[in-house]
Design a protein around this ligand. Structure first.
Ligand code: NDX
Length: 261
């Protein structure tokens, strides 16, 4: 019995799922522009916490499908996709980020427990997006054999790596603000936090726009747009929280874009 998947590319399915992702991005923006999404530092201010799961467990479960779904699609495709190199490389980049987010980030986090309700929606989102990005790259994307030397691939890859570096470094700086077991908030210092309150979010946004340029695909641009609409407003709410909470918060620090916003 073969465990390999024989699926075909349905361009209309890719178009429909990418459009829905774009619509979810706008919904996300309209819901969370005024009121921040209710986890982390914005949870207790806004509501009485109900069911919650330890942060480690919650982030692992929530992010796992973003790694597993495209990795399985890539591994089980029948016949295996060996050409062009660009497709496999791009799919591996996506999985690489989510390997970090699923298997490394959760095990070091010192975050507060995560609300079950958001965990449920977050997991659904990760299944959806993992399927869309993986399905497109493995079954639909067509790249010339020299895509790896195309300016879109190389510049996108550089942005992706730069963004991922900023994101991981900023995650680390935030983690180091707390001793194990602590749940208080402090003023983030160092790295891009010198210029912006949402350094981790800035890195993640740069990363996914880099990925979108490298893949030059509708699903990846839709996801980069979703990321911007999801964590852009959150960076703004974090910034306002810091200004309200810490009287000595650096006044020159911006919310998301160094020196601009
Ligand atoms: N998970 C992405 N929408 C999301 C979870 C929520 O990866 O239904 C989007 C993701 C989901 C969301 C996900 C999708 C949309 C959902 C939403 C819930 C509702 C929404 C499903 C999937 C929805 C509709 C209706 C449209 C469908 O105690 P603590 O936890 O605050 O501690 C924090 C600590 N920290 C500090 N410690 C000391 N002093 C300070 N001053 C501190 N400030 C923070 O650092 C945490 O332990 C840690 C990081 O905190 P924070 O708040 O800065 O980052 P966080 O938001 O937790 O994100 C963590 C990382 C970060 O690198 C970020 O870039 C990445 O994950 N991320 C996060 C969210 C989404 C995303 C990436 C993306 O879209 N690409």
């Amino acid at each position: 019995m073969s465990w390999r998947l024989s699926m075909q590319c349905f361009p209309s399915l890719v178009l429909a799922l990418s459009s829905l992702l774009g619509a979810l991005a706008l919904l996300q923006l309209s819901l969370y522009l005024r009121v921040p999404s209710r986890y982390g530092k914005h949870e207790e201010r806004l509501c009485r916490p109900r069911g919650r799961l330890p942060a480690r467990c919650a982030w692992f479960l929530q992010e796992l499908p973003s790694f597993l779904v495209p990795a399985l699609l890539l591994a089980l495709r029948s016949p295996p996709r060996l050409e062009p190199l660009g497709c496999r490389l791009l799919c591996c980049l996506f999985c690489w980020h989510y390997f970090y987010r699923t298997f490394i980030y959760p095990f070091f986090t010192r975050g507060r427990p995560f609300p079950l309700q958001l965990l449920f929606f977050g997991t659904l989102f990760c299944i959806y997006n993992g399927f869309l990005q993986g399905y497109y790259l493995i079954y639909c994307a067509e790249y010339p054999n020299d895509w790896c030397t195309d300016i879109r691939f190389t510049s996108g890859l550089l942005l992706f790596l730069l963004g991922m570096g900023i994101n991981i470094h900023s995650d680390l700086l935030l983690r180091q603000l707390r001793k194990p077991g602590e749940v208080t908030y402090k003023i983030p210092q160092g790295g891009l936090f010198t210029y912006i309150s949402g350094a981790n979010y800035f890195g993640e946004i740069v990363e996914w726009f880099g990925f979108a340029i490298a893949t030059w695909s509708l699903p990846a641009f839709a996801f980069a747009f979703f990321t911007l609409c999801c964590i852009g407003p959150r960076a703004y709410h974090h910034h306002r929280y810091y200004l309200k909470t810490f009287t000595d918060y650096p006044k020159s620090r911006k919310a998301l874009i160094p020196f601009v916003f």
